[in-house]
Design a protein around this ligand. Structure first.
Ligand SMILES: Cc1cc2nc3c(=O)[nH]c(=O)nc-3n(C[C@H](O)[C@H](O)[C@H](O)COP(=O)(O)OP(=O)(O)OC[C@H]3O[C@@H](n4cnc5c(N)ncnc54)[C@H](O)[C@@H]3O)c2cc1C
Length: 273
């Protein structure tokens, strides 16, 4: 509606990303390189064994030199069951819906996002994809839309646009998980040899996935985890070093539970290095 907006800016340098195609492409590349993708097998235990990791998932057990923790909103939980200090990752709810419209948007119309982050919408076939852009803190869970959230968004969009949103076809809520500084986490844990973090991509995990995967693969292949990401704070991190597991170390009991804020900050720094 003309009276609803004072100004607008157009970013003509961005483009849309087809998430299902991207996922299928990544899957194909991984499988072609010999990866086996096993779904429906929750990691319920993980421990450092010799120079590698022993992981229990579903009914099976796996052994590997490097364990990659890419569990999204559950990454801190997976760290804890692995005996690794969690990072304090915070999941935030974000809801989206697909709805029909009276007036379809032209084929190449841009995504529209309010400057105050109160909504965004874009063309989706003959309808629209809409979101209230919320970022509500949540625990790691199977998030669902809250009653009224989508209805309120539809009413608001029908006030400020001429779309004429008529019916919601589907709605879902997901979690966007962030570290305290909002910067994605990619790197070996400084205190848990062979434990690689790949988490905290927030609202950008799809568009950054190819680059993040390349970075992670390069770091893992170069480092394999032993003695990596250390040299800061506690100076731990060799395969035999202290600070892992539950027994106190000779240096004064610096197990995962007893890390100081400074040691955690150093770990965090080296993880992102
Ligand atoms: C509504 C919405 C809109 C978004 N829009 C965009 C966008 O426009 N562009 C963009 O780039 N990003 C967007 N994002 C963000 C994007 O979805 C995330 O950044 C991305 O999914 C993070 O990927 P991930 O692999 O780290 O985590 P996830 O996709 O959460 O994957 C983690 C996986 O780990 C599994 N897992 C957890 N615990 C265990 C366990 N114990 N054992 C085994 N498996 C486990 C989970 O089941 C899950 O499959 C959006 C998110 C939402 C919710």
């Amino acid at each position: 509606m003309p009276e609803s907006f004072a100004a607008a800016g157009l970013d003509s340098g961005s483009f849309g990303c087809d998430a299902p195609v991207l996922l299928a492409d990544h899957r194909q590349l991984a499988e072609a390189a010999g990866a086996a993708i096993i779904t429906g097998a929750r990691v319920h235990s993980a421990q450092r064994l010799g120079s590698g990791w022993q992981v229990g998932a579903g009914q099976e057990g796996f052994e590997a030199a490097v364990m990659v923790n890419a569990a999204g909103a559950w990454a801190d939980e997976v760290a804890v069951i692995s005996g690794v200090e969690k990072l304090g990752l915070q999941p935030y709810r974000r809801t989206a819906a697909i709805a029909g419209v009276e007036h379809s948007l032209p084929e190449h119309s841009p995504m529209v996002a309010a400057a105050d982050k109160s909504f965004y919408f874009r063309r989706e076939g003959d309808g629209v994809l809409i979101s209230p852009s919320e970022a509500v803190p949540s625990g790691p869970e199977d998030a669902q839309p809250r009653p009224g959230d989508v209805e309120r968004l539809v009413a608001k969009l029908n006030q400020v646009t001429t779309l004429g949103i008529s019916g919601v076809r589907s709605a879902w809520t997901g979690l966007r998980t962030e570290a305290a500084d909002g910067i994605p986490v990619a790197g070996f844990d400084a205190e848990a040899p062979g434990f690689y973090w790949l988490a905290g991509q927030g609202g950008y995990g799809f568009q950054t996935s190819a680059a993040m995967a390349e970075l992670a693969a390069a770091q893992i292949l170069a480092g394999q985890g032993t003695g990596h990401g250390t040299g800061h704070g506690t100076g731990q991190g060799t395969a035999e070093g202290p600070g892992h597991g539950t027994e106190p170390s000779a240096g004064g009991g610096a197990g995962p539970e007893s890390r100081t804020a400074e040691a955690l900050a150093a770990t965090r720094w080296s993880i992102r290095r």
